[in-house]
Design a protein around this ligand. Structure first.
Ligand SMILES: [Fe+2]
Ligand SMILES: [Fe+2]
Length: 171
């Protein structure tokens, strides 16, 4: 049986992943409102990924005999100053989530919970990827900021992203 502290922390992370999904869906709506369909579609895929992260925690907690408790999800912002500001917010948010995953990792070590520690490694790797991807998009934005066709080009590129559920996760 899992330690109550770990059950509580994972339930907290389920809320954080749901908030991430909510935030990215709001960013998708913002991009729809300014007609950047590629950016909107990228955010939609990002929101689905966060749903998958949620389910992965949910299934693990259930498998280990813990009880999933869902709580209020706070409302995300709905407006940003520029498309660049949205992606800056994504990077900042993902860095914050990395901190949360590291906190869970620390707790698993403290509790000598090897099963949870092993499970969390997937998220550690996932966060490296998330930060790297967003950083790449930000560099692209900065390089093309003064180029009139730049934003259009980035939008065309971002529309290509498709959602691939992580192995073993059903939404
Ligand atoms: Fe996530
Ligand atoms: Fe994420």
């Amino acid at each position: 049986m899992m330690d109550e502290k770990m059950i509580k922390a994972i339930n907290g992370q389920i809320n954080a992943e749901l908030y991430s999904s909510y935030l990215y869906l709001s960013m998708s709506a913002y991009f729809d409102s300014i007609n950047l369909k590629g950016c909107s579609s990228w955010m939609r895929v990002q929101a689905m990924e966060e749903q998958a992260h949620t389910k992965k925690f949910y299934d693990f907690l259930t498998a280990r005999g813990g009880r999933v408790i869902l709580s209020d999800i706070k409302a995300p912002p709905s407006d940003w100053d520029t498309p660049l500001a949205v992606f800056e917010h994504v990077l900042e948010h993902e860095q914050m989530v990395t901190g949360l995953i590291n906190g869970l990792m620390d707790l698993s070590l403290e509790l000598r919970d090897h099963a949870t520690n092993s499970f969390l490694r997937w998220y550690v790797d996932e966060q490296v990827e998330e930060e790297e991807t967003v950083d790449g998009i930000l560099q692209n934005f900065r390089l093309n900021a003064d180029n009139p066709g730049g934003l259009f080009m980035i939008d065309k590129e971002l529309v290509q992203r498709v959602f691939v559920p992580p192995t073993g996760v059903t939404l």
